[in-house]
Design a protein around this ligand. Structure first.
Ligand SMILES: [Zn+2]
Length: 192
């Protein structure tokens, strides 16, 4: 298990974002039918809510493959997704957009990317993943896990029209929406 400092290491980001993150230890059911302890980095003000969300997900016995902060993948979202890792904070741009992702603020969570890929036309992330509603660990529009998020005002990427981000949940915020649009690429530079 990591400390918050370890979970934020090696990534340059504005101080106010760094100081706004919390590290949660979250129990979850694995695909192996055993309880595991995972960790998510999330915006501080959402910590209690996210704790409650994952307590409900555990009660549902919804299986999660893995839950490790993205620093373990040298901040590579591609590598994290390919490993079917569930994660939250990552100081990065939104997929295919010149604006910061809600992940950059700790206000987005991805769950089981291999069962719930990002699909936009021909682009599938992680590559080769398939969205199969029958498979275990898949998020469904009329399913209980999506409901756990939506009843708290989170948006699910599986409901979007121009693309499907089946693994993605975010908690929208008008102030962050405006800030994210102003961010420059230099601010995502990785320092080791
Ligand atoms: Zn996401």
């Amino acid at each position: 298990m990591m400390t918050l400092e370890e979970a934020l290491a090696g990534k340059e980001m504005p101080l106010e974002i760094r100081q706004n993150q919390a590290l949660l230890d979250l129990p979850y059911w694995g695909f192996d039918g055993e309880m595991h302890q995972g960790q998510l980095v999330i915006q501080r003000e959402l910590a209690a809510e996210v704790q409650a969300i994952f307590a409900e997900i555990a009660q549902l016995r919804f299986p999660i493959a893995k839950m490790v902060p993205v620093v373990a993948y040298a901040w590579s979202d591609d590598d994290s997704m390919a490993d079917n890792n569930s994660s939250a904070f990552n100081y990065r741009f939104a997929q295919g957009k010149p604006k910061l992702s809600y992940h950059a603020y700790g206000r987005a969570i991805d769950i089981n990317p291999v069962q719930n890929p990002y699909i936009k036309g021909e682009l599938v992330l992680p590559p080769g993943a398939v969205y199969n509603p029958e498979a275990r660990g898949t998020l469904l529009g009329d399913g209980p896990v999506v409901a756990v998020f939506e009843k708290r005002g989170w948006t699910w990427g599986g409901r979007w029209q121009r693309l499907s981000d089946w693994h993605h949940f975010e908690k929208a915020d008008a102030q962050i929406e405006a800030l994210a649009a102003q961010a420059t690429p230099q601010t995502t530079r990785v320092v080791q």
